[in-house]
Design a protein around this ligand. Structure first.
Ligand code: GAL
Length: 854
């Protein structure tokens, strides 16, 4: 969905609605919650407590492709009229159905990443396969756009009398759910969670069958979205008297070294008798110490009704949440009836204040904090959009490594694990909904997002949409203003503590912009100054900036190879890191901004098409390997001395030719040396870089960074010899044996002096044995069409990534790597072992040994 014309859209005259003249007070919010609670490290978000059970329903599914056009290839679905005509007769969800030919799959699962690439450039951006990263999804590809999932499971007789829900964190897309032959429900969008009450449909004391048809023929976005049940699934069992879903809310006001918490929740009585229920609130700190308690007195709740509860509690000297010190608390909420706990949950939260000031930018806990943000989609190398939880924290850490302190979840509601990782690790978030509309589904998506995540301290901005051309300034600007106003009001009602914004690619003078609490500009550095002068009481930030492009490790823009130079690649509507940060980083009244994007993502292979299959916008590539731009940000977004010289120094055949050598550093001056001979000293411009043209001679190029006349950092690039040896290194040497944790392995090739060869592109084969399995490979090359799932991968400019996942038996995972047949055997073989440790098992829905009919 990238084209140049939409950015050069001419804005005619003053806005239809005119500028907002309403005085806007500085927005203050203080709050709240969500993150890992230390006592339950394996449950990063809100956790069920006894007597509630929340069982992970990820293991042991069976999967088969259906068909979007031909019912005879879709297990007869839609062949006649019978699928929905009678309850209890839908055969795929009955024990008699034989799924022996279906494939075994654990969740999360994205089948799109398993598909071959298909070259289809028919039509325009909206119809061809570029956005899907050339994966065959859509109505023109019926054989690969529909998937069925099926699972047999036991429900013990003792569960009779409980309420039992199946809960999906999200699936892509258009699901129809059947249980025990009965149609249960539908859900369409691919990002919001959904749940169904199965209580009436279950076979207590026997086998049960769940079957889902997932249809990814339609998309929600214009970027790679994946296909299938790509987020976690849960089976939740509760007492009929229980807490409402995502109704427990903690808000805080911080004053004079103390926090006053206001606590609220809803109890639902799905029993047959009225009950007298009270709520007990216990607030514990990160070490598990109780720091406050409160009780909401008993109320009578009629059968079939909900009841609202409130309470207050004080915490003296609260440990405030911030990126530097992401302190979390947990509130344990218990529903008590006749002295017995009927339901309980633990809700992580944080205490902090957040304020957007139109003159002075963003303040966290009363201190100015520039938003050094990146926009991000949700897919990663090897796994598509089905990320194991650990990859979320891995990706947050990659971004933090360059000083990024905020992410925008463009352009959809994030996974709970991404939010939890940000809470736990101290990353701010701008949390965005997918559908910008006040229609029922748009408001429903928004409501779920706000209710689900309003306790997360990381979230500082709700975003109601991105670049809605018609609603911003097109023919529908008047309607856009009404739609946005309804959405903003809805957010405020659910969460009065946070600002609401939208990512607007325009002048923000009409349409959706009037009702926004803070104003977000996408690109267009020519707009914010004029807007600020005209609307000095409205706080402004960069909701999307930059769109710089680079191919990691490439230093020449070469259309014949679909590569983009790492020195200065940027799209016509974008800005280089230096351009946008020199703008946003030097105006105090701007709160900061979010660069497009932290990571490459599949689809939108700008500026090229086939054979490029992923974008080149990332500051890191699809695996998370940093590009050179990463170090520009590191220099200016972190305080510690930093210095990065590029390119590599393997330019055999270009002896005597000029090679541009750039240095990103936050030191005062840099001296560059070639083979020990000084090429001069240059002063580093603030927020800029220094560069030389160096006649290439093999050897060593060395940059010495000085501060106050003292050499503080030295970095060298050395001409390496040929690759001799493989090196495997893992992010961790021990992982959990829970069937979900992963080790992320970097593959490199070293020369005879153990120096990584930055130009190595050897094809490597892998063998994984023992207590784990391979779940994906990648190399960050936007033009690579090798399989993400095969046990082999070529290095791209010196690097490849292998992701291995533990089984549920503790042991050792052995990873062996060897040059495959196309690679000279001179690089030898290498191996690595990862231990998997026994952990207290996360409660799961036990697998039933039936294959096929039961
Ligand atoms: C923006 C859009 C993003 C992405 C980006 C590429 O306009 O919001 O989703 O398409 O352009 O530069």
């Amino acid at each position: 969905m990238v084209d140049i014309t939409r950015r050069t859209f001419v804005i005619s005259g003053a806005g239809l609605l005119g500028a907002s003249l309403l005085p806007r007070a500085a927005w203050a919010g203080s709050m709240l919650s969500a993150g890992a609670q230390p006592a339950l490290p394996s449950l990063p978000e809100d956790a069920a407590l006894a007597p509630r059970e929340q069982l992970l329903f990820d293991f042991g599914w069976r999967f088969a492709f259906g068909n979007g056009a031909d019912p005879s290839k879709d297990f007869g679905y839609g062949f006649g009229q019978s699928d929905f005509s009678k309850t209890g007769t839908f055969k795929i969800a009955t024990p008699a159905f034989d799924d022996a030919s279906w494939h075994e799959r654990d969740l999360p699962h994205d089948w799109a990443v398993e598909l071959p690439f298909v070259h289809d450039d028919s039509g325009d951006d909206d119809t061809r396969l570029t956005s899907h990263g050339y994966k065959p999804l859509g109505r023109r590809f019926p054989a690969t756009s529909v998937g069925w999932y099926r699972r047999v499971f036991d429900i013990p007789a003792s569960d009779s009398g409980r309420r039992i829900w199946i809960e999906f964190d999200g699936a892509m897309r258009d699901i129809v759910l059947f249980v025990n032959g009965c149609f249960i429900g539908r859900h369409d969008d691919g990002y919001s969670p959904f749940r169904f009450d199965l209580t009436d449909f279950l076979n207590y004391g026997g086998k049960n069958v769940v079957a889902l048809r997932v249809d990814a023929s339609f998309g929600d976005g214009w970027f790679y979205e994946g296909a299938g049940i790509y987020r976690h699934v849960w089976l939740t069992k509760m007492d009929p008297v229980h807490l409402g879903k995502w109704e427990s809310v903690v808000r805080s006001v911080v004053k004079d070294q103390a926090a006053t918490l206001s606590l609220a929740t809803i109890v639902e009585n799905e029993g047959e008798q009225p009950v007298q229920a009270s709520i007990e609130w216990t607030i514990v700190d990160a070490s598990g110490r109780t720091v406050a308690q409160a009780t909401s007195p008993a109320q009578s709740i009629a059968a079939g009704s909900p009841s609202h509860y409130q309470a207050a509690a004080d915490i003296g000297n609260p440990a405030l949440w911030s990126p530097d010190e992401p302190h979390l608390y947990t509130v344990v909420v218990k529903v008590v009836v006749d002295n017995a706990v009927r339901d309980a949950e633990s809700v992580p939260f944080g205490i902090r204040t957040a304020l957007f000031d139109p003159d002075r930018g963003f303040f966290l806990n009363g201190k100015p904090l520039k938003i050094q943000g990146t926009c991000n989609h949700q897919d990663h190398a090897g796994v598509g959009s089905a990320l194991p939880d650990r990859l979320q924290s891995f990706r947050v850490a990659v971004l933090q490594g360059m000083g990024c302190n905020a992410v925008r979840t463009s352009h959809n509601m994030p996974t709970p694990e991404w939010v939890a990782a940000c809470d736990r690790m101290g990353m701010l978030m701008m949390c965005e909904t997918r559908q910008m509309s006040s229609n029922p589904s748009g408001l429903h998506q928004l409501e779920l997002m706000v209710k689900r995540y309003r306790n997360a301290p990381s979230i500082i901005i709700w975003s109601i949409g991105n670049e809605e051309w018609a609603l911003q300034e097109g023919d529908m600007a008047k309607e856009g203003a009404r739609i946005a106003a309804t959405m903003v009001e809805h957010c405020h009602a659910l969460d009065p503590t946070r600002v609401v914004s939208a990512a607007v690619n325009g002048n923000n003078e009409q349409g959706v912009s009037d009702s926004l609490d803070i104003i977000g500009f996408n690109y267009h550095l020519d707009y914010p100054d004029a807007f600020h002068a005209k609307h000095p009481k409205r706080a402004v930030f960069g909701s999307e900036t930059s769109s710089a492009i680079a191919t990691r490790g490439e230093y020449k823009t070469d259309k014949s190879k679909n590569t983009v130079s790492s020195y200065d690649g940027v799209v016509p509507w974008g800005e280089s890191p230096e351009q946008w940060w020199t703008f946003y980083g030097t105006r105090d009244w701007l709160a900061g901004g979010f660069a497009w994007t932290g990571f490459d993502y599949r689809g939108e292979p700008t500026p090229y098409g086939w054979p490029s299959v992923s974008s080149q916008f990332g500051i890191a590539d699809l695996c998370g390997f940093p590009k050179d731009y990463y170090y520009y940000y590191k220099a200016w977004w972190t305080k510690a001395p930093s210095l990065h010289v590029f390119p590599h120094w393997n330019w055999q055949g270009r002896e005597g030719q000029d090679i541009p050598v750039w240095v990103y550093t936050n030191l005062d001056e840099v001296e560059l040396l070639l083979n020990g001979k000084s090429l001069g000293i240059k002063q580093v411009p603030r927020l800029g870089h220094v560069q030389w043209n160096v006649a290439y001679a093999p050897g060593v190029i060395e940059a010495r960074g000085r501060r106050n006349g003292q050499t503080v950092l030295t970095e060298r690039r050395e001409t390496t010899g040929a690759g001799q040896k493989l090196r495997l290194s893992a992010d961790r040497s021990e992982i959990d044996a829970d069937g979900q944790d992963v080790a992320i392995i970097t593959v490199e090739i070293l020369d005879e002096h153990h120096r990584p060869v930055p130009t190595a592109n050897n094809a490597i084969a892998f063998r994984i044995t023992g207590a784990g399995k391979l779940i994906g490979v990648g190399n960050g090359d936007p033009n690579c069409q090798e399989s993400d799932k095969a046990p082999k991968r070529s290095l791209f400019n010196g690097l490849a990534q292998v992701i291995v996942q533990s089984t549920r038996d503790a042991g050792v995972i052995h990873i062996e790597a060897v040059g495959d047949e196309s690679t000279p055997s001179s690089i030898g073989a290498s191996s690595l072992s990862i231990k998997t440790r026994k952990v207290s098992p996360r409660p799961i829905v036990a697998e039933v040994s039936s294959k096929g009919a039961v």
